[in-house]
Design a protein around this ligand. Structure first.
Ligand SMILES: [Zn+2]
Ligand SMILES: [Zn+2]
Length: 200
């Protein structure tokens, strides 16, 4: 059904990229491809905030058109924001009405900047950082696969605006979100197979 393409945005720790790729493959059962990095996205830098606009990065990612990519995950160590909020851990394109085949949106971006304990002046803990990253990645890719925020606080699709909320979540989707995800993955598979048949 096509692949998820993992795009480093700026300089990103290689171990984190490998971790993300393996995780995406295991969690969503989709093929994952490494991708050429997006150079430091200066176009998205807000000089005053010293942060990068996640919306502008999403737009840039959405311009990519690799042959078999059905979803793009941008992974960055830069600190992201949207104008309304002090920061965001990630953002996803929820829908793309101009593209009827992929009505759920194709791109997501996740920031690692605030996931390491060091950010909160705590001792380094690579496992904790990776666990938080996996939760954010699953959450944002979940949005691109048609999932919305879930009221179940332990579900991956619950909204986390601070690190404690992120830590409170489990590493799983609740049953409802999981079922919806499987439904949407089936639809996506049918759509992309159909498209591949038309193209070949
Ligand atoms: Zn969300
Ligand atoms: Zn849920």
């Amino acid at each position: 059904m096509g692949s998820i393409y993992c795009v480093p945005v700026g300089n990103v720790n290689k171990d984190m990229i490998t971790m993300a790729e393996r995780y995406l493959n295991g969690m969503f059962g989709m093929h994952v491809e490494s991708c050429s990095p997006m150079p430091d996205p200066l176009f998205a830098l807000d000089e005053k905030r010293k942060q990068y606009s996640s919306t502008l990065i999403l737009r840039k990612l959405a311009e990519r058109r690799d042959d078999r990519a059905v979803r793009y995950l941008g992974l960055t160590e830069l600190d992201l924001y949207i104008p309304m909020l002090t920061f965001v851990y990630g953002q996803a394109q929820l829908s793309l009405p101009t593209d009827p085949v992929f009505a759920h949106g194709r791109v997501a971006v996740v920031s690692l900047a605030r996931l390491a304990p060091e950010f909160y002046e705590l001792p380094p803990d690579r496992d904790l950082t990776a666990r938080r990253a996996r939760k954010e990645i699953a959450h944002e890719i979940g949005h691109t696969l048609g999932l919305v925020h879930c009221g179940n606080r332990s579900c991956l699709m619950s909204l986390a605006t601070e690190i404690l909320e992120l830590d409170m979540k489990s590493q799983d989707f609740c049953r409802d979100c999981w079922n919806k995800l499987q439904e949407n993955l089936t639809l996506l598979g049918a759509e992309t197979n159909h498209r591949e048949n038309l193209e070949s």
